[in-house]
Design a protein around this ligand. Structure first.
Ligand code: ADP
Ligand code: MG
Ligand code: ZN
Length: 471
């Protein structure tokens, strides 16, 4: 029998607030262990949480970026459980009344519906030392604001799950909600997965794989779990609903101990934080601050004449897309600027392992270079060298071209003189050419370029040489 996978994702994204959500501790990544904690975020008895509305604003932006309804009323609950990374022994989260509901994300092939986005606080981090056989707790992450994005079970393959996660990460980055660095854990994904016979409408029993922190491991964990579940079904056994951990090194899922799984959280309304009222005017004001999102940008790029693949390449890196937009403002030739970025700049950035955010070239200098290559101020080959120098040493393209003698000369008299000289020095080649050997023309062109240097305009050289040979 063949089976279909059903997948729903829960994505946790850390919000880019300066401080934690219920206290004034820094919300930056890292820091020496247990130096960013206070009585509030470590849950000392008698301390009161204070909700920072900055987190609400970012959650609303996430909702807008993911096409959700923003709720005028939302509220916080306590989710009670004991685990060493949670000193309060409860997590404050929006259980009954989330801030956003009913959104969607378009991926290549379809729409994935979002059930809800709610605000909650992150827990600390446990560091397990297998050699010493002990676990250490770092509470710096306790109380960093998160949103949890929960999808409907609309995803049907590992590929779709990866596409969806990448699209969400990009949208959150564009909206300035989260830096979405999966490797640092600022965006993490829980995968709920079940299988059912193809064509069935009844979902199977699901398992939940916790805390995947790369697109690759999301894909691998799904493939593995699909095989494991279908094999169980084939053998007539049942899938047990449980929480699993993905072991990336071994490439297998493993059940967490069952005591960690006792799902009786005894939710109740958080007594120390008032509900959140957000007016339509406030939502509108936040909407007005939203930047252009990836989908809109892509539509605009397609209208400017870029191919979908080129548009995607630029959009995938927000800093690069911003660079491109600024450069096109300086030199309105969208296709030429895009091609210089994609063909030349990206390759060099790769070689230098240079992220777009750290580019030292200004968009206007880059635009100038594109223009110089287009209008024949420098040759294409020289433009590449100039770009290299701009990246490695800095400087404006015109300066570099002048210093390096790369400005293309349109003076035909020098070219004619060189042609006379070279033809006189190579009578045999001239003879061969006249006898019909086209190959020898390349040799003569090469001689010309060598004699004229970087300033030779190949079009002019070719024309003059042809004229002389055919006269
Ligand atoms: P819980 O409250 O136990 O976390 P939810 O109903 O909120 O459960 O669902 C959590 C996630 O699991 C959602 O993304 C949902 O789409 C997904 N999901 C629910 N049922 C299934 C299923 N049978 N197979 C795969 N995913 C499922
Ligand atoms: Mg869940
Ligand atoms: Zn604190």
């Amino acid at each position: 029998m063949s089976y279909e996978t059903v997948i729903g994702l829960e994505i946790h994204a850390e919000l880019l607030t300066l401080t934690k959500v219920f206290c004034g501790c820094s919300a930056d990544f890292g820091g020496e262990e247990n130096t960013r904690v206070c009585p509030r975020c470590s849950g000392m008895p008698g301390s009161l949480p204070l909700f920072g509305r900055g987190a609400a604003e970012l959650a609303i932006k996430a909702g807008l970026a993911l096409n959700c309804k923003i709720n005028n009323f939302s509220a916080f609950d306590r989710k009670n459980y004991f685990y060493p990374d949670l000193p309060k022994a409860y997590q404050i989260t929006q259980f009954n009344y989330p801030i956003c509901t009913d959104g969607f994300v378009d991926i290549c092939t379809k729409k994935i519906r979002i059930n809800r986005i709610h605000i909650e606080e992150d827990a600390g981090k446990l560091i397990h030392d297998d050699e010493l056989g002990l676990s250490l707790a770092d509470y710096n992450r306790c109380g960093i604001p998160l949103i949890e994005i929960v999808t409907e079970p609309d995803i049907r393959s590992a590929e779709e799950a990866k596409q969806f996660t990448a699209a969400v990460a990009l949208a959150l980055k564009y909206a300035g909600v989260c830096d979405a660095k999966m490797e640092q854990g600022s965006l993490r994904c829980d995968v709920n997965i079940s299988v059912m016979p193809k064509g069935s409408k009844v979902f199977g029993t699901r398992t939940e794989i916790k805390n995947l922190n790369s697109l690759r491991s999301i894909g691998r964990a799904i493939e593995y779990e699909y095989s494991r579940q279908t094999e169980l079904c084939e053998r007539g056994e049942r899938v047990i609903q449980q929480t699993l951990h993905w072991n990336d090194a071994l490439g297998v899922t493993k059940a967490l101990r069952s005591k960690e799984e006792a799902h009786d959280y005894r939710y109740f309304p958080e007594p120390d934080i008032p509900p959140l009222f957000i007016t339509d005017e406030e939502i509108k004001a936040i909407k007005n601050t939203m930047p252009e999102m990836p989908k809109e940008k892509k539509e605009r790029y397609l209208k400017m004449g870029l191919t979908p693949a080129d548009a995607d390449l630029l959009i995938f890196d927000k800093a690069l897309a911003d660079f491109y937009d600024e450069a096109v403002k300086c030199y309105n030739n969208p296709k030429s600027v895009a091609s210089m970025i994609i063909v030349e700049l990206l390759r060099r950035m790769n070689d230098l392992s240079l992220p777009a955010a750290e580019l030292k070239i200004t968009p206007s200098d880059f635009a100038e270079l594109c223009k110089m290559a287009d209008d024949g101020t420098v040759s294409r080959g020289a433009a590449k060298d100039i770009l290299k120098q701009m990246l490695e040493v800095g400087g404006s393209p015109m300066e570099i071209a002048e210093k390096g003698g790369m400005l293309m000369s349109n003076d035909t008299s020098a070219v004619e003189a060189a042609a006379d000289e070279i033809l006189a020095a190579n009578p045999k080649a001239v003879e061969e050419y006249k006898a019909g050997s086209a190959k020898v023309f390349g040799f003569l062109m090469g001689q010309m370029c060598r004699s004229l240097g970087r300033s030779a305009n190949p079009a002019i050289v070719k024309k003059v040489l042809e004229e002389k040979l055919n006269s």
